[in-house]
Design a protein around this ligand. Structure first.
Ligand SMILES: [Fe+2]
Ligand SMILES: [Fe+2]
Length: 251
């Protein structure tokens, strides 16, 4: 059994530093890895990334992250990534990593993802160049997520994104903004591999649980949704638990 802790949308800045740390110090007791599902900062500045590094660096378990749209806002995703990597956090973008936990290989494929909407109500590769650029961005990211998922040599496979792969976990959000919250193409990518669990964030007003058309469990771990420092998922058996420690709202 592998214990995967996850949270997204922590939106750390100087005011938030210290809010998650007490719960994080106990991670080694209940989890083997921590996944961060993007929107680690508020505005994607290097100063905020340093706050994330302070909060999530040096933990007793490996930390694997993807960035979110907020982390791109200052047009410095490479700089933000470098600060996080310097703190020992693995940042994935259309890439993967394999961790060995008690002799079991845990593969994690990560990508920020993008919008576009869901089957029957989605943007298409048609019309103005701006529209085509939008959906082609999603297509590119979904394709590389699928390629990464299929290429990892591991025993248990997890997909980590910021944007949602299914509409289930958006329930509670206005229907009008679903195309900006995720894409069914991410779900198709997840279903193209033997994925055990898909975690995402971004939908602060969404719902925790969903499932892809192929039957993969999807969990929205946005902090405003799970209302605690992190959730813990037990893979290898059909058991799911939550961590104990709540924090205040991150935004
Ligand atoms: Fe967010
Ligand atoms: Fe977001």
């Amino acid at each position: 059994m592998i214990r995967v802790a996850a949270v997204g949308d922590v939106h750390v800045d100087a005011d938030v530093v210290g809010r998650y740390r007490p719960a994080l110090e106990q991670l080694g007791d209940c989890a083997d890895v921590l996944l961060l599902a993007g929107d680690l900062t508020r505005h994607g500045t290097v100063a905020e990334a340093k706050c994330v590094a302070t909060e999530f660096g040096g933990l007793p378990v490996p930390v694997v992250a993807v960035l979110g749209n907020h982390d791109y806002h200052s047009d410095q995703p490479a700089e933000v990534t470098a600060v996080l990597e310097d703190a020992g956090i693995t940042v994935l973008e259309c890439s993967g990593t394999v961790l060995t936990v008690g002799g079991t290989r845990l593969g994690i494929a990560g990508a920020k993802g993008f919008g576009g909407g869901f089957a029957g109500r989605c943007a298409s590769d048609f019309g103005e160049p701006e529209t085509k650029a939008f959906i082609r961005t999603t297509q590119r990211i979904a394709e590389c997520l699928g390629t990464t998922l299929r290429s990892l040599e591991c025993d248990v496979l997890v997909a980590l994104t910021h944007y949602a792969p299914v509409p289930d976990t958006l329930a509670g959000e206005p229907l009008e903004i679903y195309p900006f919250l995720g894409s069914y193409l991410l779900g198709q990518a997840i279903d193209s591999a033997p994925t055990a669990l898909a975690v995402h964030g971004h939908a602060h007003a969404g719902t925790e649980r969903g499932i892809t058309p192929g039957g993969v469990r999807v969990r929205n771990v946005a902090h405003p949704v799970i209302k605690q420092a992190y959730s813990v998922f037990h893979l290898g058996e059909q058991l799911e638990t939550k961590a104990l420690s709540a924090t205040g709202s991150a935004r």
